[in-house]
Design a binder for this molecule. Structure first.
Ligand code: NAP
Length: 247
């Protein structure tokens, strides 16, 4: 059990990749705090599932896009769990459309939820981590942040921004024994990608050397590695979990 006794916060874990990450880290012994924004029933059921698996767990309804909620959330978690050892910035949304049709609102929604949230959460989480002289921060970006994608200028910019944030945090906080890494998933089968047309999905899969979409567990296993001491000399890196789609 690589994370026994550690407290992990996963943002956006009521479903999809975040849920897979929380399940995998709980199996490794971590106590889990997680957030969601609207899926109250799913989040309550998931909280119970985690507790039944033998770890301490609590879901918090907290909007990642709201800068002021981050500090309050971290304070509550430290009070409830006694520490915060690992932060996984996973909450994210898409508002896809071509640039010529993209509204200021669509741009701001995506940048606030995906990127500003990672800044706010990191700023809040670094305080207990600095006190503990240890921590691992993992940002879930996307291969699209590396390659760009037509119809996703807002999303790609937010994900590229997360990579710059990751490297800067690694440089600023390394001397405090706080590591920061990013994971760039490719095409992972979740509700986010369910909205894509079957032809679009087939086209994506054609371009993947391993010839399948990824599962949340594929990303979660990499998070587990970066969260644990097995990766204690790795910081500032972006690992693509994409079946070889982007090299
Ligand atoms: P998803 O199935 O749509 O799940 C998104 C999760 O984020 C949900 O738990 C949702 O909570 C939460 N969330 C959304 N907005 C939030 C907010 N403002 N505050 C707090 N939580 C919020 O998405 P996913 O596919 O699992 O994606 C997870 C992450 O991986 C995202 O950052 C995404 O960009 C990234 N990613 C995904 C893929 C892919 O192929 N799926 C590829 C690359 C990167 P509610 O249930 O309450 O709405």
């Amino acid at each position: 059990m690589k994370l026994t006794g550690k407290t992990v916060l996963v943002t956006g874990a009521s479903r999809g990749i975040g849920k897979g990450i929380a399940q995998t880290l709980a199996q490794a012994g971590a106590n889990i705090a997680f957030t969601y924004v609207s899926s109250v029933e799913k989040a309550n059921a998931f909280e119970q599932e985690l507790i039944a698996s033998g770890v301490k767990a609590k879901g918090y309804q907290s909007n990642a896009a709201d800068f002021n909620e981050a500090e309050k959330l971290v304070d509550e978690i430290v009070k409830e769990f006694g520490s915060l050892d690992v932060l996984v910035n996973n909450a994210g949304i898409t508002r896809d459309t071509l640039l010529m049709r993209m509204s200021e609102q669509q741009w701001d929604d995506v940048l606030d939820t995906n990127l500003k949230s990672a800044f706010a959460m990191t700023k809040a989480a670094m305080k207990p981590m600095m006190k503990a002289k240890a921590g691992s921060i993992i940002n879930i970006t996307s291969v699209v942040g590396i390659t760009g994608n037509a119809g996703q200028a807002n999303y790609a910019a937010s994900k590229a921004g997360m990579i710059g944030l990751t490297k800067s945090v690694a440089k600023e906080l390394g001397s405090r024994n706080i590591r920061c890494n990013a994971i760039a998933p490719g095409f992972i089968e979740t509700e986010m990608t369910d909205t894509l047309a079957a032809e679009v999905k087939a086209e994506w899969i054609k371009g993947i050397p391993l010839k399948r979409g990824g599962k949340p567990e594929d990303v979660a296993k990499c998070v587990l590695f970066l969260a644990s001491d097995d990766s204690e000399y790795i910081s500032g890196q972006t690992i693509n979990v994409c079946g070889g789609m982007v090299m």
